[in-house]
Design a protein around this ligand. Structure first.
Ligand SMILES: [Zn+2]
Ligand SMILES: [Zn+2]
Length: 309
């Protein structure tokens, strides 16, 4: 099984990518949770355009993918699990868990460091929330993520198959939980004990900074509960909440070339986690920082409810 998975890596990845994309897209069509703001064709054309651009750049920059790098690490005895050599099943479980924890921490990092937040704004600037939002990341963020993943693999030493299964799982769950899909509350409540559901992750895409800085998990929901970043629901409800960033409301931001420019627009904004200093120093430095927040030149058509900080 392991050898078969590794030999057919590309086919297995494509099967799951297009399979989950198709299922969630159909689900969105027949049972959407929210009304869309923008045309689905435009969104798909640009968001998926970014996905293809990112895949091409990654292939060019990293001739060796994460799975192949894990094989090299195993051959050379790099990483904790290769040194300790535990039972393969145990090593597999630990690898999938810790890789997921690393993704959670990386996501928090992209919210906490203002320069990284600039990149991550591309994911959050989407004013709609659908299956393609799950893959909408700036190319530089994708390159940095790959570098971080290589470092984690070098330190942890997971088996190649664990990295492959983890990447397929993450890809599938990210598409599922970015789905604009309706799930009955009772099912959502049970499901989110084991996986991040669309209603759980959608809170993270709220225009309100407090909600945007919670529910960082993409796959397993436990890290948010453990680290105190879990929030059950948005204050304005799943259908009443405003999605996106207060600064980037211009409909033209949907275009791929405009998305790629988002990190280079002025001010990292008031969403980064360090804005919490505003609460500690309300009259001082913090006040200045909140003045330079995301509220700015692109609020047309946005209404003002979402600009409150
Ligand atoms: Zn985020
Ligand atoms: Zn997201």
């Amino acid at each position: 099984m392991e050898a078969w998975l590794l030999t057919n890596e590309v086919a297995v990845r494509l099967f799951f990518f297009f399979g989950v994309l198709g299922i969630v897209a159909l689900w969105e069509f027949f049972a959407p949770q929210r009304q869309r703001q923008r045309s689905v064709l435009f969104r798909w054309f640009n968001n998926l355009g970014l996905v293809f651009l990112n895949s091409a750049v990654l292939r060019w920059l990293f001739p060796m993918a994460a799975v192949a790098f894990a094989s090299v690490a195993t051959e050379r005895g790099w990483g904790l699990l290769n040194l300790l050599d535990p039972h393969p099943a145990f090593a597999f479980l630990v690898s999938v868990l810790l890789l997921d924890l690393a993704i959670y921490l990386q996501h928090v990092l992209f919210h906490a460091v203002p320069a990284f937040w600039r990149l991550h704004r591309v994911h959050h600037a989407d004013v709609d929330y659908d299956v393609t939002t799950g893959a909408r990341f700036h190319t530089i963020e994708i390159i940095l993520s790959m570098g971080i993943k290589f470092a984690v693999i070098a330190v942890l030493g997971p088996q190649a198959v664990a990295v492959l299964v983890f990447e397929i799982l993450l890809n599938a769950t990210a598409m599922f939980n970015h789905g604009n899909i309706y799930l009955p509350k009772e099912i959502d409540r049970v499901l989110r004990l084991v996986v991040v559901t669309p209603d759980m992750h959608r809170v993270h895409h709220s225009v309100l900074p407090d909600e945007c800085n919670c529910n960082f998990g993409f796959n397993l929901p436990w890290w948010d509960r453990l680290m105190g970043t879990y929030r059950e629901a948005p204050i304005n409800g799943q259908r009443g909440m405003i999605i996106g960033l207060s600064r980037f409301r211009n409909p033209n931001n949907i275009w791929l070339h405009r998305m790629l420019m988002i990190p280079f627009r002025p001010e990292s904004g008031g969403y980064a986690i360090n804005r919490r200093w505003d609460d500690v120093f309300p009259e001082g430095d913090g006040k200045k920082r909140s003045e330079g927040s995301e509220e700015g030149d692109e609020t047309e058509g946005a209404g003002n409810a979402e600009t409150s900080e």
